[in-house]
Write a protein that binds this ligand. Structure first.
Ligand SMILES: [Cu+2]
Length: 464
């Protein structure tokens, strides 16, 4: 589909039935859950002075938390209220390929005033998120990132459920937005924001029932920052990783051994709130190795509910069919520098004008360009090992759409073997991941440091 004009694409898909084919098809009769979303420019006060030119789905507020129910058909009607083109991607959700929101690969960009209906039935419960995949750099930097929760079919018995959308903004002294893209940043670790927010608030405090069982959902929706989280010494457990209930326990993070969570990644944590009213718990992230900043604090309110660590549920497994390592071919994927490029062409979806990065020596030259074939071609139903090799000194959270995979080994460290859609590659790290190609289509495969993605570190895999 890459290389078609918008007109050709629309003509070619006019008769296509939304919902796709294969195991993830939705037998869609009526929308059990229908949600209307409209992007817009808005303003918000991060400090004493307003910031104009932000993008959200609400006026003067961050994009809302969306909630769907596992196994229930959903219709998400996204109206583009912006002067630029847009699309919406549902990060981590296993859905039909034509609902994935990737411009030119799975749909054409949505013009101002147009509405695209995304229809799918989320097979998996857990913590996911959404963001545009067209004009990705500018629209995400200006605020268009939100949490998408798929609730388990059965209630899990928490007394409170709090989402923490971690995102930086780059602001000048007068509150105005600074440039979100720098060539220097794009060629290295990315351009960092200077205002670190949680749900667009700085150091927010949330009241929770004393002695209650609390579910916290940490979502890194920033374009650049890898968070190093550590949690208070309190009865608690990491219950889900990148959406899915943990198979292999993840140690409780401390300041000396924080939990690294890269752009695109999520972690669900269950804790028992302190029994005493007014008692607080602080959740932190580190800058560098030593400088902590507060992500959020929880404050206990009311008479204790007297819940115990033993009350923390084991979440029901999602319906993922395991891959078979014995029958898996190894496919090499190398993420590294690119020779000097001649700029990018993203069609209607924006260009950052540089090429710095590549996958298997092939830089992605823009969403609308014929970029050659897939990084990997997989046969539907077969299992594969993707060898993800970082040949650079920078961190790369590598994200694969439409499929889930499991890390099985690294040359540098032990990685718990939990299902994921995004794995953080450290400097010079090689991680083998095991994947079952059970969802047909062309699936975007890219770094989630958006400046890397938009300067070459992008591609797609095909399953068919
Ligand atoms: Cu990267």
């Amino acid at each position: 589909m890459v290389g078609l004009s918008r007109r050709q694409f629309l003509a070619g898909t006019a008769c296509a039935v939304a919902g796709g084919t294969g195991a993830f098809a939705t037998s869609w009769t009526s929308a059990a859950q229908e949600i209307h979303l409209q992007s817009r420019e808005t303003a918000f006060n991060f400090g004493p002075k307003p910031t104009n030119g932000l993008i959200s789905l609400a006026d003067n507020a961050p994009p809302p938390i969306l909630r769907l129910k596992q196994g229930q058909p959903a219709a998400l009607n996204y109206t583009n209220g912006l002067a630029d083109y847009s699309t919406m991607h549902w990060h981590g959700i296993r859905l039909p390929n034509d609902m994935d929101g990737v411009p030119y690969l799975t749909q054409m960009p949505i013009a101002q005033g147009e509405t695209f209906q995304y229809r799918f039935t989320p097979p998996d419960a857990g913590t996911y998120w959404y963001h545009p995949h067209c004009m990705t750099m500018s629209q995400m930097a200006k605020g268009l990132t939100g949490v998408l929760i798929v609730d388990e079919a059965e209630d899990q018995g928490f007394d409170a459920d709090i989402s923490l959308n971690l995102k930086d903004f780059r602001l000048a002294e007068d509150g105005s937005l600074l440039p979100y893209f720098t060539a220097r940043g794009a060629a290295r670790a990315g351009t960092f924001g200077n205002i670190r927010t949680t749900n667009w608030q700085q150091e927010p405090s949330y009241d929770v029932p004393a002695g209650g069982l609390i579910r916290l959902r940490f979502v890194v929706s920033d374009t650049t920052r890898v968070h190093k989280l550590y949690f208070p010494e309190v009865a608690g457990k990491i219950i889900a990783w990148d959406g899915h209930p943990v198979n292999e326990e993840i140690p409780w993070p401390t300041k000396d051994a924080p939990l690294w969570l890269g752009p695109g990644q999520r972690v669900d944590v269950a804790i028992v709130a302190p029994d005493q009213e007014g008692e607080e718990l602080l959740f932190n992230s580190l800058i560098g190795t030593n400088y902590p900043f507060e992500i959020a604090r929880l404050r206990s309110i009311g008479h204790s509910l007297s819940r115990q660590a033993g009350d923390i549920p084991t979440l029901p497994k999602n319906p993922i069919e395991a891959a078979d390592p014995a029958t898996s071919n190894i496919e090499e994927t190398v993420f590294g520098w690119s020779p000097e490029g001649d700029g990018t062409n993203n069609g209607l979806c924006g260009s950052n004008g540089y090429i710095f990065w590549s996958i298997n020596r092939n830089p992605w030259k823009g969403d609308a360009v014929a970029n050659g074939g897939p990084v990997v071609s997989m046969a539907l139903g077969d299992s594969y090992i993707l060898r993800l090799r970082n040949e650079s000194p920078n961190l790369h959270p590598i994200h694969l759409h439409g499929l889930v995979f499991k890390p099985i080994r690294s040359n540098l460290r032990h990685i718990p073997a939990n299902y994921t859609d995004t794995v953080l590659l450290l400097k010079d790290e090689i991680i083998d991941v095991l994947v079952r190609a059970d969802n047909p289509g062309q699936w975007a495969f890219h770094c989630h440091v958006i400046e890397h993605q938009k300067t070459g570190l992008s591609g797609f895999v095909s399953v068919g």
